[in-house]
Ligand binder design. Sequence first.
Ligand code: HEC
Length: 118
Amino acid sequence: MTAFPCKPALLMALALLTGAAMAPAGAQSTVAEGQKLAFDRGKGNCLTCHVIKGGDLPGTIGPELKDIKAKYPDRNELVAIIFDETKRNPQTMMPPFGRNRILTEQEINAIVDFLQIL
Ligand code: HEC
């Protein structure tokens, strides 16, 4: 019974510690994951149409992806573009990655994290 009063404090300390340790690392790895997905020819394949800093052999069918955060401060807008750009532009060449299930919601979110540092 002596251990009982200590438990919540211990749990709280643990939560604080792991939270502090994981927040920056977690954010970084989503950006890295997003870049990997964006550059992966079998996944996002964004380089086929977009110049993206750090990517090899880009195509130029779409606009260069840069200063994205300034252009789209609302990340939901970016999610929407990647999920299904035909909603904004029925004539677009850009595949509806979300609607066609080329990318999961989680993968799209990681790519958006990456786009926001461009
Ligand atoms: C087959 C070509 C193609 C592929 C592949 C493609 N896009 Fe696009 N994308 C376009 C085109 C073309 C546009 C211009 C807008 C339009 O057509 O509606 C565009 C527009 C965008 C925009 C808006 C840019 C701006 O400056 O307004 C973003 C963001 C974007 N694409 C992200 C991506 C991401 C992320 C991927 C990979 C997951 C991707 N695109 C893959 C063709 C493509």
